[in-house]
Write a protein of this length. Structure first.
Length: 423
């Protein structure tokens, strides 16, 4: 249920494994309508829960296995897309996260030191000094950066629509414009009828709140994005990203960007409010205040873009579990399965979920089905108005913390108090 990346990857791997299976995907809108078609195009090894968090409930070995599975998933997305003839405009240049203040530089160093404490070497993540970082990304005020090779820039809509075509070629039935209202053991209730199946997989991410009894399971939080016109070679000579590296920095409120195959700069970030009652509406995809802030941040990073035209503005809702831990699983007693809670890191995580769900449905005991996120259950979010007050207060505090750090050059005390609530 849900024709985004999770549902389509699951359908693809099931159809590949056993062409005799009858697999149907139902989708409220069109394939890729949600976060899968609207994201910033990072196919990364990022997982929303930290290694420490994963290890608490399992072991260091299990946490490292999850990390390695995420690294492998980046390559699997590219390999599978190629095998299915999907041109997703992919380029695996890695991710550079620059530090532009002393607190950010301290966080970059701490990130790499933490990785070393887990035995992760420079092939996984490494620290760049100011000159090395600026050679990759010519942003203003760069003091250094952390860099990981485990990310590819992609065109998400091309990938998700390509997957929809691929599963249909393999005999999967795709019902678009078929909103589901409830899932029950053995069946999916839609506005057009009831589908019956031995296994029912919930793959609805930020839209899970629309299902009966699931309103507080995952909250939808909006991320908004802008894109420039195609930029001339002279601008890219100053900006860099010659291998189409994805980029961010070490501020508290997330920003993200990439150089597209047609030389646009796509740039997004958090900052849009959480809407009371977990509401999702088309109007929330656009927020002029956030769009203005994104453009101002972009020009602050790259003054060469001061006069560049912003040709596209869009947004969408991502899904967040209460403990910021993505999960996948299948209840064998009911046949109900699920995956989600990616916190915006879903392009590759959905692929891992699809392969894992296929193994679970087929009754296979594999390395994937033994990963620590399998079977994890997050507690529900607080009822309203508590979650509306808490989430928006936290978002505002992180914004203030970044402003304070930029003004004073010192780490914000507000951020130290609030950041544990935000993963």
């Amino acid at each position: 249920m849900g024709a985004g990346f999770t549902g389509l990857w699951t359908a693809l791997y099931l159809a590949r494994a056993d062409p005799s299976l009858r697999v149907t995907v139902v989708e409220a809108e069109t394939a890729g309508f949600g976060a899968s078609g609207r994201n910033g195009g990072w196919c990364s090894a990022l997982f929303p829960a930290s290694l420490d968090s994963l290890a608490k409930g399992t072991s260091r070995t299990a946490a490292l296995a999850q990390h390695q599975a995420m690294r492998d998933s980046v390559d699997e997305v590219l390999r599978a897309a190629s095998e299915e003839g999907i041109d997703a405009h992919a380029a695996k240049g890695g991710t550079i996260a620059v530090a532009r203040s002393e607190p950010q530089w301290a966080r970059a160093r701490a990130e790499v030191e933490h990785a070393r404490s887990w035995g992760l070497d420079e092939d996984d993540i490494r620290l760049l000094d100011g000159a090395e970082a600026t050679a990759v990304l010519g942003a203003t005020g760069v003091r250094g950066a952390s860099y990981t090779p485990d990310c590819a820039a992609i065109h998400p809509a091309r990938l998700v629509r390509g997957l929809a075509d691929a599963v249909e070629r393999r005999g999967v039935v795709l019902h678009e414009r078929t909103p589901a209202t409830a899932i029950e053991p053995g069946r999916v209730v839609t506005k057009h009828g009831i589908l019956r199946a031995e296994h029912v997989i919930r793959a609805t991410e930020g839209y899970t709140r629309s299902l009966a009894g699931e309103r507080r399971l995952l909250i939808p939080v909006y991320s908004l994005i802008i894109a420039t016109e195609p930029l001339p070679a002279e601008a890219w000579d100053q900006i860099g990203l010659r291998r189409r590296e994805t980029f961010s920095d070490h501020r508290h409120l997330i920003i993200y960007g990439q150089r597209t195959a047609d030389d646009r700069l796509v740039f997004g970030g958090r900052g849009a409010p959480y809407h009371f009652g977990s509401r999702i509406r088309p109007g929330y995809d656009r927020n002029d205040r956030v769009f203005r802030a994104l453009r101002a941040t972009l020009v602050d990073l790259f003054p060469v873009l001061r006069d560049a035209e912003i040709t596209h503005r869009w947004g969408g809702a991502l899904g967040i579990a209460r403990d910021w831990t993505a999960s996948v699983g299948l209840d064998r007693s009911t046949g109900l399965g699920w995956a989600g809670g990616y916190v915006g890191d879903g392009v590759s995580t959905t692929n891992l979920a699809g392969r894992t769900l296929a193994d679970l449905v087929l009754g296979r005991d594999t390395d994937l089905t033994r990963l620590p996120w399998v079977g994890h259950r997050s507690r529900s979010w607080e009822p309203e108005p508590i979650r509306w007050l808490g989430i928006n207060a936290g978002l505002r505090a992180m914004t203030w913390a970044d402003i304070e750090e930029k003004r004073t050059g010192r780490e914000s005390r507000v951020a130290r108090l609030v950041s544990p609530l935000f993963g």
